[in-house]
Design a protein around this ligand. Structure first.
Ligand code: FUB
Length: 295
C-alpha cells in the first residue's frame, strides 16, 4: 500500500476520492510553498490516480482560480462526481465581490480540464458556503452538502449544476444529539469538511470536528442516519486530532476495502498551511459503527 503522505513533492490537502471503473481519482487542494499574508495560499486543484493503491499518476492542475472569472482567491476543498458521461468538480472559492461560494467545473474526462459553468451554484452571501460533498443515491437523487459552521444541503437537479428550488437550501439542525456538544460556533463538534457516504443502507456524515476547550485542532467524527437528509445521530470519533489545525475526510470503496483519506502536517516543512494527504483503511462493525482510524 501507498506510503504516507501520498504526495511527497508538494503540499496537498482536502482529499476527495472518486472511483471510476478500475481507477481511483484523488482530487486535492494545493498549499503553495510561499504564503501570502500568512494565510492559506491556494490557487488550483490537483488530481492523482491509482489502480492499485500503490502507484500513483499525477495529472497536474485540473482546475484553477484562473478558470473562474468571478473568483479571486481560496481554491478550497473540492469533490468530483460523475453523471451522464460528464464529470462535475464542486469547488469553494472566494468571490471577487466578497464572501465564499461554491463553483462547478465540468469536464468530459476525470482528469479535466474542467470548465467553469460561469456562476456560483451556491452563493448565500455569507461565509458558510465551503466544503461541498456530493452524493448520488441509488434512486438517482443527488445531494450536495456543505458548510462551516452550519451543515446545509441542496437536492441537485439531474443536470448537476442547478438545484431544486422548491426545497431550496436546507439547514440541518445543529444539535448535540446530531453532532455532540463541542467547541465550534454552533456549540457542537461539527466544524467543516462534510463527506456523505452510504454503506449497507446506512448514511454516514463524516466531518472535521472541534472538541470542547481552547486551542483544539480538528479531529474527524461521524454521524449516522437512515436517510440522506437526516435526522443525524452522532456516532463517534473517527480519527483523533493531530498537530495540524485542520483535517478533512474523503471516503470511498475501492479494491474491496473502504478507505479514509485525510491530511496532516507531516511532510518536512509542514504546517497548518502546508499539509499532505494520507490514506488508511476503515473498519466497520456489524452495528454500523466505525472503528477509530489511526493516522
Ligand atoms: O483547505 C482550506 C480549508 O481548510 C478547507 O476548506 C477546510 O476543510 C480546511 O481543510
Amino acid at each position: 500500500m501507498t506510503s504516507d503522505p501520498i504526495v511527497k513533492h508538494m503540499y496537498t490537502a482536502d482529499p476527495a476520492p472518486m472511483v471510476c471503473g478500475d481507477t481511483l481519482y484523488l482530487y486535492t487542494t494545493h498549499d503553495e510553498d510561499v504564503l501570502v499574508n500568512d494565510f492559506y495560499t491556494m490557487y488550483d486543484w490537483r488530481c492523482f490516480s491509482t489502480k492499485d493503491m500503490e502507484h500513483w499518476t499525477e495529472h497536474g492542475p485540473v482546475f484553477s482560480l484562473d478558470d473562474i472569472e468571478w473568483a479571486d482567491d481560496r481554491a478550497w476543498a473540492p469533490q468530483c462526481a460523475q453523471r451522464n458521461g460528464k464529470f462535475y468538480l464542486y469547488c469553494p472559492v472566494h468571490k471577487k465581490d466578497g464572501g465564499m461560494a461554491i463553483s462547478v467545473g465540468i469536464s468530459d474526462s476525470p482528469t479535466g480540464p474542467f470548465r467553469d459553468i460561469g456562476y456560483p451554484l451556491i452563493d448565500e452571501g455569507d461565509w458558510n458556503d465551503i466544503d461541498p460533498t456530493v452524493f448520488i443515491d441509488d434512486d438517482g437523487q443527488a445531494y450536495l452538502y456543505f458548510g462551516n459552521p452550519e451543515l446545509r444541503y441542496v437536492k441537485l437537479n439531474e443536470d448537476m449544476i442547478s438545484y431544486d428550488d422548491s426545497t431550496g437550501i436546507v439547514r440541518i439542525p445543529m444539535t448535540a444529539e446530531s453532532f455532540r456538544k463541542g467547541g465550534h460556533k454552533t456549540g457542537t463538534t461539527y466544524g467543516e469538511g462534510p463527506w456523505l457516504y452510504k454503506r449497507a443502507g446506512v448514511y454516514y456524515m463524516i466531518f472535521a470536528a472541534f472538541a470542547e476547550g481552547e486551542g483544539r485542532n480538528e479531529h474527524l467524527a461521524y454521524s449516522i442516519s437512515g436517510s440522506p437528509t437526516g435526522p443525524w445521530k452522532y456516532g463517534g470519533v473517527l480519527m483523533k486530532e493531530s498537530t495540524c489545525f485542520t483535517n478533512h475526510p474523503g471516503v470511498c470503496d475501492f479494491l474491496g476495502e473502504s478507505w479514509l483519506f485525510y491530511h496532516t502536517d507531516g511532510l518536512p516543512g509542514g504546517s497548518l498551511f502546508h499539509r499532505s494527504v494520507c490514506v488508511t483503511k476503515m473498519r466497520f462493525n456489524e452495528d454500523g459503527t466505525i472503528n477509530e482510524c489511526i493516522m
